[in-house]
Design a protein around this ligand. Sequence first.
Ligand SMILES: [Ca+2]
Ligand SMILES: [Ca+2]
Length: 358
Amino acid sequence: MEFAEGDLVTGCYPLCAVRILIWIISLALGLGGVPASAQEVSSPPPTQPANQVRPQAIVKRVATVPPTLPAVPCTNAPGLGPEMIVIEAGRFVMGSPSNEAGRLEQEGPQREIVVVRPFAIARCETTVAEFRAFVVATGYVTQAEAGDGCYVVSEAGTDIEQRKDRHWRDPGFPQTDAHPVVCVSWNDAVAYAEWLSRRTGQIYRLPTEAEWEYTARAGSAASRFWGDDLNAGCDFANAADQALKRHYPTSKGSFATCDDGTIYTAPVGRFKRNAFGLSDMLGNVWEWVRDCSADTLESVPAAGTAWEGPPGENCAWRVVRGGGWGGGPEDVRSAIRGRSAPSVATNSDLGFRLARNL
Ligand SMILES: [Ca+2]
Ligand SMILES: [Ca+2]
């Protein structure tokens, strides 16, 4: 799978449901992973201005050696901030080795990253209910609604199409309050984070790309937190699987041979968690991160902060991570890197989760 610089598409083995840019760069050798821990906790601030609400308390998590944890539904409370896990500072190897199956060249060269600052990250993807609370409170109109709509899967499941009548309220498949919000742009996600920050007095934001991969790996150097076998992933991630294949029998492309029971999005927290206790880091929906899109990992700051692009230039692309329900299971890996324009490339398998400063 190769796409020339400037092409807007694809990642889209089965359904072309995510429009990402693929770049071609040099290969790199593997370095191995360095596990780190998720730990302790902080609480909401001791004082709270009168016009702010108190966010949900952060849940204590302790690092575990087993690579996965049982599934636990998220208890995200709309308007109060998501359930979050504190991640301690630590180091890890970012990117994929040159022999990783499904690897894209922008996933290298592998870099040792030291995440200098502890932070908290949402245990689950942002839900429809949470996003609705923002819209109700502010009257916010997403860029898909204000513009030309969301990119969704065509009826045959063989292509994607932008439809003006598709947006986060109706992406073309059933979405309850517990499902991850989709069809939101990077700008929409940032607007949501800024609103929640104002409302709670905490600093909510998108995770940096390094923070995202650090927490997605949760100490694992394998391509996925459960190992390397995509066909063994149906307990851990909602990806393109046999349920999707049955629904779109004429669709070409690769599907996991297992059945995760979900055609489109799944309610957040339904699948087994990684060792840091996080749900759906891989699969379900792709997730926006803060960073401007760097062609290689060489540009990613070694301290785990965000790369904001070349000085003095506007950032034309923002990074998306983790794969989703409609993309190929090859994309459901800790190192996968896609990118999309921050304002227009909303998609029915693209959402986000928040991080929070401590
Ligand atoms: Ca699925
Ligand atoms: Ca995800």
